[in-house]
Design a protein around this ligand. Structure first.
Ligand code: PAF
Length: 281
């Protein structure tokens, strides 16, 4: 496994692989890797000749400076996980390398970028599109792998690829969960022991809510989920929305769509956790 720090080296190595007709798979990450990331690397190595992983904590997608400052950084551990997973190249650029000058591009994704995370983290998806479009342009992968935990992010990336006319196949890989149901996330590292014990309430409540679909309305399920989680004094639901899985528009009843997903963000203490559940589709 080769660790690369500059765009020029990255392009050189990958050009040689492409000249040898190797297919390139890509997993963009912000590091603090866990088994969820490794499942993306597994899919990438299975389906491509070459697997490239990037590790870059992208400043332009953080609307909260404290969130950026406290984002976990565990490079040595990340590299130790990637090597046995079969990763071929790890791209670890510095901020200067990715942003030699400020990126002033504004992406217009419409409704899918304005609801849920878009409404609560202004500028977040523009920053994601800035960095992922740059990484895609440098790596030029055939396939790219993202986790379904960031459900809205996957929709944004698909739309970005469509708008920019890139020929990259986007794969959304299933959420990996801890034994107690908590969705794996780099942010889980920031939970205190008490918060870590409480956090599985999110996944447990979402799973319970699945069993009520035949007897409760969409509104009743939203109220149920929000109340059950907010009943714990350590937790605060920022939003819970039940949406059409393609348009991300909120739905009013279960017959409105064949693909229905519930997306939630919860503060567990200071730590912002997201999760989702598919009700239909
Ligand atoms: O999902 C992430 O870790 C980040 O948003 C991504 C896609 C690597 C862009 O910085």
């Amino acid at each position: 496994m080769k660790v690369i720090y500059t765009i020029a080296d990255l392009k050189d190595y990958l050009l040689k692989e492409k000249q040898n007709n190797k297919s390139i798979g890509f997993v963009p990450t912000m590091g603090a890797l866990h088994a969820g990331h490794i499942s993306l690397v597994d899919a990438c190595t299975r389906e491509n000749d070459i697997c490239v992983v990037s590790i870059f904590v992208n400043p332009t997608q953080f609307n909260d400076p404290n969130d950026l400052a406290t984002y976990p950084r565990t490079l040595d551990k990340d590299l130790a996980l990637l090597e046995p997973a079969g990763c071929d190249y790890v791209f670890v650029p510095g901020v200067e390398e990715m942003y030699p000058e400020p990126d002033t591009r504004i992406f217009r994704f419409g409704n899918i970028a304005e609801v849920m995370e878009g409404a609560h983290r202004p500028g977040h998806f523009n920053g994601v599109a800035q960095i992922v479009s740059k990484l895609f342009a440098f790596v030029e992968p055939d396939d790219a792998y993202f986790g379904e935990k960031d459900f809205q992010q996957v929709a944004i990336i698909r739309e970005m690829v469509r708008l920019l006319g890139m020929k990259i196949k986007i794969h959304a890989c299933p959420i990996l969960r801890e034994a107690d149901g908590l969705a794996m996330s780099s942010r889980n590292l920031r939970l205190s022991a008490e918060q870590r014990l409480k956090a599985p309430l999110i996944a447990r409540t979402l799973k319970e809510s699945l069993t009520f679909v035949s007897c409760k309305s969409v509104r009743e399920i939203i109220d149920y989920v929000v109340t059950a989680i907010n009943n714990d004094p350590v937790m605060r639901v920022e939003y819970y929305e039940i949406v059409d899985g393609n348009s991300l528009e909120s739905i009013g009843n279960w017959r409105e769509s064949d693909y229905i997903v519930g997306c939630i963000t919860v503060y567990c203490g200071e730590v912002r956790l997201i999760d989702n559940i598919t009700y239909k589709g």
